[in-house]
Design a binder for this molecule. Structure first.
Ligand code: ADP
Ligand code: MG
Length: 394
């Protein structure tokens, strides 16, 4: 689960990490008042959407008076912000963070993340922080330095101090860097985060180290331990498809391809995405209908995929165990009675009651292409997609 920058900055402050002062605003009037209350002549109006790259997309704008803040807020609220990370759909701006403008001497990058491969936590830091960090990571990865952390010991001050030296933090600010790193690490552990990222961690004109942006992701499986964080959940930020899936109790993750996948079992769902990628296709989603899905659940899942304008081909990949193939087939037929099939459907049914499932689909008269194997299903789905290029293919 992700939270907004203004919520993340409040958490930083709670953990003793200095961040730019600011106030959240939900209307132009609130924005102008927030700036007047902050005082001074330099402000930054920041779109609160769960995405990076806002600065480059016009979602971070300087202002020099509360009136100008109000004007910019008026322009930004309700608009769709399209960043490199949002895809062409963008995200609607419903909240703003009004902060004091800070004079920046240097921008550092500092983050803590879970290193899945190494099964540990890693601290990443760079003196090439700021809006170009993705490019830095892609073109000059050596500029991003890492420190593995032994979770049984935790981050030690000397490790943070050495990192400060490695990235060239000036001597006067070394202890500020150490204290920020220790605070962030404590936040990371205590709140069950999967990512805490400060970019930029700015050296300011008046000689301070200040977090000017904060992105925090939490382990959703641990959110029940943190009601204060759960309260920050913003359904408006979630993909419409994900909200619907949650209503049906489905395990669904939206992706950015164009082959809709309906699969049972997380392992098979992963394997389906892999085999599609292998043949040059791109899945629109990860969807595991589970081992004990009812017909209603299947109908719901199928409807989500049919309503998804990105989906060019639908791939059903079922290995019936506890889940019976005829239940899947009935769910699909019921869904198609409500929503017309507008894309080709490829189905591979195997396992318990597979024959019965195939018969139900055949008798329904629906135009469903039956595949004997997973490989054949994936190849067919990818080639059908290729016949209708839509920009979402590789
Ligand atoms: P994003 O990472 O989504 O692009 P940031 O919050 O990092 O958004 O803002 C983009 C850039 O805007 C920062 O790298 C920094 O240079 C500048 N910036 C952000 N907040 C402030 C601020 N309070 N004062 C001055 N400059 C800022
Ligand atoms: Mg940033």
């Amino acid at each position: 689960m992700k939270i907004h920058e203004y919520q993340a900055c409040a958490l930083l402050t709670q953990y003793g990490v200095a961040a730019a002062q600011g106030t959240a605003a939900f209307s132009a009037e609130e924005a102008e008042n927030a700036a007047a209350a902050l005082g001074g002549e330099s402000f930054v109006v920041k779109a609160q959407v769960h995405t990076g790259g806002r600065g480059k997309a016009g979602g971070v704008k300087p202002a020099h008076s509360p009136e100008e803040v109000g004007k910019l807020a008026q322009e930004m609220l309700g608009r769709r912000l399209i960043t490199k990370q949002t895809g062409p759909e963008g995200k609607t701006v419903r909240a703003l963070y009004i902060t004091r403008g800070v004079s920046i001497e240097k921008e550092y990058y500092l983050s803590f993340a879970v290193d899945g491969d190494g099964a540990r936590i890693v601290m990443l830091a760079s003196n090439a922080g700021g809006m170009e960090i993705e490019e830095v990571a892609a073109k000059t990865p050596a500029l991003i330095l890492r420190q593995d952390i032994d979770v049984t010991i935790g981050l030690r001050a000397y490790q943070a101090r050495r990192m400060a030296q490695r990235i060239g933090v000036i001597k006067e600010l070394t202890e500020s860097f150490v204290s920020a790193a220790l605070g962030l690490y404590r936040l990371f552990i205590e709140k069950d985060c999967s990512l805490v990222e400060i970019n930029p961690l700015a050296q300011t004109g008046d000689g301070r180290l200040l977090a000017l942006d904060a992105k925090i992701s939490f382990d959703s499986n641990a959110i029940f331990r943190h009601p204060d964080i759960a309260a920050h959940h913003d359904p408006g930020e979630e993909d419409e498809r994900q909200l619907q899936a949650a209503q049906y109790g489905l395990s669904y993750i939206p992706l950015d391809g164009n082959i809709g996948c309906l699969v049972n079992g997380a392992g098979l769902a992963m394997a389906t995405m892999d085999i599609l990628a292998h043949f040059g296709g791109r899945p629109d989603n990860f969807l595991d209908v589970g081992g004990s899905a009812t017909q209603e659940k299947i109908t719901g899942a199928f409807k989500i995929l049919l309503n998804d304008s990105r989906v060019r081909v639908l791939l059903i990949n079922i290995f019936g165990g506890i889940m019976k193939c005829d239940v899947i087939a009935r769910g699909i037929v019921a869904a198609v009675e409500e929503i017309k099939l507008t894309v080709p459907v490829v189905a591979r049914l195997e396992g318990t009651n597979a024959q019965l499932g195939k018969e139900i689909l055949e008798k329904s008269g629906l135009d469903i292409i039956s595949a004997a194997t997973m490989e054949q299903a994936a190849r067919t789905a990818v080639s059908l997609c290729a016949q209708e290029p839509c920009g979402r293919c590789v």
